[in-house]
Design a binder for this molecule. Structure first.
Ligand SMILES: Nc1ncnc2c1ncn2[C@@H]1O[C@H](COP(=O)(O)OP(=O)(O)OP(=O)(O)O)[C@@H](O)[C@H]1O
Length: 592
């Protein structure tokens, strides 16, 4: 018998109790590291029936007294087990609240019964919160940390716009059962959350939790990084309760905890359950610099091409919730575009081997010969700006300056500023791209001063890339840099990704893929099977940094699903810079 098994089956507490409401029924309870074993004693069942309530399904435990004339004390355990629910077309799963109240009645005076009830409540709460205990532990309230205080930021407009309703029906009742105190603030506009977290006093909070989609968390992270005390601020545990359309990070948290892939209220309830447990893990952040030198911190992705087009163009179907992406995908597949660009990256050679069998890296991180015809390594000794100028001169004759993209003009003399007129554009690869009416207009960019660690792996955007990098020049259908397992709650894009693996998973799909094959890839992505399809157009490389230079005139680049200025963009990972409330003690190792 392994030590782990012995520890998990070790009985921490054992006792016999009545129940409330009392009908003469009595139970024997045994508490182990993983669950509460309940066996009915009276009336004695015909067979040895035991129910095991997993600790994983519990959010809290309270002691109570029903009346001052009684000597009995009670403890109530709040659980949310997954139940199968019959629906018109088959079945679906949902978590159902179940409260079990036990009566402690062994002693003839209340204080002794209350002390016993308290002991059980403390032990159960320790298990829920992952506080190490054993049968030797003295279960006193001092074992528990002080009540956690969470700042809840709710976007009433996220997803289908029902976050406030979800908050009142599920979130607040559950976190109250978990003894969490909170302040709930509804965001009133874009950037409100960003401003709020810049002004909070850090010591007043144990965590900031967004009740929204991924976009609001992006604001929170960048608001924290804009503070002068960013080094402390970014260590504030952050969490997410999914009420958006994509809910990628929630999908990753759900997966990390070992739950089955979930959507909607099942995903929300799983995430509340995990929030109540409260375990925190380091999470990588990626600093992203766009062409005017604006730096932001991203926790999810940088996307260009098919994925960012769908994300932004499907804004108009927001009322559909997550179905907006399905509709958006179909629309975009029907008029598939390709984008010419140059993608440079710093490959990770030691820790991981490539995932897609369609790509093989040579020991130096470049692609092996059979793919050299499509992809080549470029080590430029020439400054990027010089390269751009050369290319611009080459193509300027055919460029109408009125058609230049509307990205923000950098301030003159800015060290990282690029001259927009020196941005090299190849001819537009698809005539439909000229239709900019499909694109959501960019919100006016507010210039926030983001602090943060130095980007030591990437040179300034106008500088050439280091010789150790690999460059690929291609017609792309999409480029996606992702550092979470999920791109949406049902898009299991990088199954091997962990919160703090220090990796950016760079995917790209090359032009030439058929519409049908692209649809098949996305369908397979739901279960994370797209990697095994060995699609020759799909490439994955684990990297620490990358630079993307679009050579196509118009397009959409998104960072964490938010549109940013179009043009060259580069990024590098900062390992474990933030702290994420994952609620799980499971440590998934990077497994490629
Ligand atoms: N009261 C508000 N009115 C309008 N926009 C808001 C408000 N509060 C926040 N926002 C903005 O809404 C944007 C989108 O929010 P959020 O990410 O929460 O939802 P979503 O886009 O539906 O979800 P996902 O990012 O998962 O797809 C954020 O960038 C945020 O700035």
């Amino acid at each position: 018998m392994s030590l782990g098994y012995w520890q998990s089956s070790e009985t921490l507490l054992h006792g016999e109790f009545g129940v409330y409401p009392s009908k003469g029924i009595r139970y024997a309870l045994s508490l182990t590291q993983t669950g509460l074993h309940i066996q009915r004693l009276v009336p004695k069942p015909e067979d040895d029936q035991r129910t095991v309530v997993p600790i994983l399904d519990m959010v809290g435990c309270h002691t109570l007294r029903r009346s001052s004339s009684e000597t009995f004390a009670y403890f109530s355990i709040y659980t949310y087990p997954l139940k199968k629910k019959k629906v018109t077309m088959g079945s679906s799963r949902t978590r159902q609240r179940t409260v079990r109240t036990f009566r402690v009645d062994e002693a003839s005076d209340y204080s002794k019964n209350q002390a016993a009830a308290e002991k059980w409540a403390v032990a159960i709460k320790c298990l829920i919160q992952g506080i190490p205990i054993s049968s030797e532990t003295d279960f006193v309230p001092g074992l528990l940390p002080r009540t956690r205080r969470l700042l809840l930021l709710l976007n009433p407009c996220g997803g289908r716009g029902n976050s406030l309703q979800q908050c009142h029906s599920h979130i607040l009742p559950m976190i109250t059962e978990a003894d969490i105190s909170y302040n709930l603030i509804q965001t009133e506009r874009q950037n409100h959350a960003r401003e709020l977290v810049q002004a909070i006093s850090l010591e007043e909070w144990d965590g900031i939790v967004v009740i929204s989609g991924d976009g609001l968390l992006y604001e929170v992270i960048n608001g924290l990084m804009e503070r002068s005390d960013w080094e402390d601020a970014i260590k504030m545990p952050i969490g997410i309760l999914p009420c958006g359309s994509g809910n990628a990070l929630a999908g990753a948290i759900n997966y990390n905890a070992g739950f089955e892939q979930a959507m909607g209220s099942e995903l929300l309830l799983n995430c509340i359950l995990l929030l109540c447990r409260g375990t925190v893990m380091p999470m990588d952040l990626v600093s992203v610099t766009t062409c005017s030198g604006i730096r932001s911190f991203s926790f999810l992705s940088v996307a260009w091409g098919f994925i960012s087009d769908v994300d932004i163009e499907s804004e108009k179907y927001r009322h559909m919730g997550s179905a907006r992406f399905t509709v958006g995908t179909m629309v975009r597949v029907a008029s598939l575009r390709t984008y010419k660009g140059r993608l440079s990256y710093l490959p990770v050679l030691d820790a991981h081997r490539p995932i897609c069998r369609s790509i093989t890296l040579a020991p130096n991180g470049s692609l092996v010969p059979f793919q050299r015809s499509q992809l080549h390594r470029t080590v430029s000794d020439m400054g990027l700006c010089e390269e751009r100028n050369v290319m611009y001169k080459r193509s300027s004759a055919s460029l109408d300056t009125n058609e230049l993209p509307s990205f923000e003009t950098p301030s003159p003399g800015s060290p990282t500023a690029l001259n927009s007129s020196s941005f090299p554009f190849d001819s537009v690869s698809d005539s439909s791209q000229q239709d900019s009416t499909l694109h959501r207009e960019m919100e006016p960019t507010i210039h926030h001063q983001v602090n943060g660690p130095k980007d030591d792996l990437v040179p300034a955007l106008e500088q050439p890339i280091p010789k150790t990098w690999v460059t690929v020049e291609e017609d792309f259908v999409l480029v996606l840099a992702i550092y979470q397992s999920h791109l949406g709650a049902d898009l299991f894009t990088a199954p091997f990704s962990c919160f703090n693996d220090g990796l950016i998973h760079l995917f790209f799909v090359k032009a030439g893929i058929s519409r049908a094959a692209l649809v098949r890839l996305f369908l397979a992505m739901e279960k994370g099977n797209h990697i095994e399809m060995e699609c020759p157009y799909l490439v994955h490389v684990p990297v620490r940094a990358f630079r993307l230079e679009p050579l196509t005139r118009k397009g959409i680049i998104t960072v964490d699903g938010e549109r940013v200025e179009y043009g060259p963009v580069q990024a590098q990972v900062h390992n474990g810079l933030s702290n994420l409330i994952t609620g799980s003690n499971r440590v998934r190792m990077a497994s490629v």
